[in-house]
Design a protein. Sequence first.
Length: 318
Amino acid sequence: MTADNSTANTSREAAEAHRLIAASSASRALNLLGDRWTLMISSSAFAGVTRFEDFQSGIGIARSLLTDRLRRLETAGVLVRSRYCERPPRDEYLLTEMGRDLFGPSMMIIRWEKRWHFDPKVPAHNMKHSCGHDFIPECRCNHCRMEIIARDTIGEPGPGAGMEPAPKARAQRRSTVEINSGTHAMIERSIEVLGDRWIAHVIAGAFYGHRRFSEFQQALGVATNILSERLARLVSLGILEQSQYQDSPVRYEYKLTPKGLDLFPLVLELVRWGGRWMSDSAGPPEYIRHKPCGGIITPLLTCSHCGEELTRESLSGL
Ligand SMILES: [Zn+2]
Ligand SMILES: [Zn+2]
């Protein structure tokens, strides 16, 4: 590499480090959670795992990675460390209230999986509600109780609206580790969608109305090679569809397919969770309004069989 190239790279990296994007609760949540190991650790914690060795054997993760991700979750306030043995010193990791509040997003992951990738071997797909029945978690408006779909909603700025630094690029190798679905609540498809931070950001961007390459790039502050690769992957996963809008030069736009649009309740739960736990003192950067009733939505998660609200205590087999 010549001296000129290295100067160019350094200044480009510096420019990317200072790029500002519109603050969004979903992005804040995804910056923390949009990582396959973090997702697997959180879902194991939901299944009752608390100890380092049990996380490690259940997930099949390297010790150094597990140490790093546990520390990150602890710093964010999702897990808290508690000493269960003095000699030798041993800690366990417990979900905080913020961690337990990930119940909503996890229900919406299970909803999407059951609708598009049902697998009877995945324990979470067979859980029962306290009404005694199999069910699919539903996402309803807390005001009018209608089931929420993307086109019935509109985003608007909240008290914490503004700009913030774009997420930094993080070395994230694609992992090919096989997931042990016996101890795992999530299937590979969800991990593929959510466990890659940029994939998850691109999906959220599509819900914010971005269609064109330049729109995604501006909104996410992402490098072009990363964006091209993630858009292509989302097309191959059946979440986005590509259509040409210009001949010369050839340009494409990207729209959510029905399967992609059906991820909306999950995005909504991430907006709620990020807004509740990751806002500064001004308040959440955005609200989502339900057009049919005019109310600002706090999602209400219900059982598709009996219509009652879902709580962690009302489920068995999770
Ligand atoms: Zn409503
Ligand atoms: Zn029920």
